[in-house]
Design a protein around this ligand. Structure first.
Ligand SMILES: Nc1ncnc2c1ncn2[C@@H]1O[C@H](COP(=O)(O)OP(=O)(O)O)[C@@H](O)[C@H]1O
Ligand SMILES: [Mg+2]
Length: 220
């Protein structure tokens, strides 16, 4: 089956069985025979006049249309490698575009548990387990890596961060959405001080979300 991956004329057939989840803009499926990949299909919106105007005005939308989020993430991933000459282990690798029966999607490496199930997102993980020393350590390690790789995080939502449990029980966080800079003039990319300031803000916003999530668990 592996050869089929390289045959670009072959349409990968996706069914409900491969469905993983849905965010605000994309629907995510497991690749049916590439066990290390997910396929993210953009949901096409903005068909009204306002959406069309927005597309005309905004460079990224004009250039990449509904793929803009996936491409922005792929670009940020590549920039991190170029800058550090090291593969970041907190952002799943971008693996190109794949044609499916449901349309063309962007492929990324999967974040899964040692038993092959999909890693839960941080929001659900915290709801179930609350805060633990292992999770605190994983969160701090994650943000330290974000800063070291100079990764631009634009949406630190708990649903966009997945919690992977290693074979030895340690935790490892991956951000699957909300990286890359969308601004017309990408000032975070351009100026170190702006990057540090915005990222500090994102980290605080993340900690606020985490605190709220833990508080609502306590009051259950
Ligand atoms: N690389 C991945 N590995 C495993 N699951 C993923 C991966 N990327 C996304 N998912 C799952 O799909 C959900 C939606 O993906 P996301 O990229 O956040 O879509 P959106 O851009 O629409 O918010 C995530 O919350 C997560 O559960
Ligand atoms: Mg999301």
């Amino acid at each position: 089956m592996v050869e089929l991956f390289f045959d670009v004329t072959y349409l990968v057939q996706l069914t409900k069985a491969e469905f993983i989840g849905q965010g605000s803009g994309r629907t995510v499926y497991r690749h049916p025979y590439h066990q290390y990949l997910v396929i993210k299909l953009p949901r096409v919106r903005n068909k009204n006049w306002f959406g069309r105007l927005e597309r005309k005005m905004r460079f990224l939308s004009r250039r990449f249309g509904a793929f803009k989020h996936s491409i922005l993430e792929a670009e940020e991933y590549t920039a991190m490698i170029a800058r550090n000459n090291e593969i970041p282990d907190f952002v799943p690798a971008y693996r190109g575009m794949i044609a499916t029966n449901l349309g063309i999607g962007a492929a990324f490496e999967i974040v899964q548990q040692p038993d092959g199930t999909i890693a839960p997102n941080l929001r659900n993980y915290v709801k179930q387990q609350g805060m633990t020393p292992e999770l605190r350590a994983a969160i701090d390690a994650f943000w330290d890596k974000v800063v070291r790789f100079r990764c631009v995080v634009s949406d630190p939502s708990l649903a966009n961060i997945l919690v992977q449990t290693d074979v030895d029980g340690g935790l490892h966080l991956w951000i699957v959405d909300g990286i890359g800079e969308q601004a017309f003039i990408p000032v975070s990319r351009m100026f170190d001080a702006v990057y540090r300031h915005t990222t500090k803000g994102m980290r605080q916003l993340f900690e606020d979300k985490l605190r709220k999530s833990l508080a609502s668990k306590m009051s259950e």
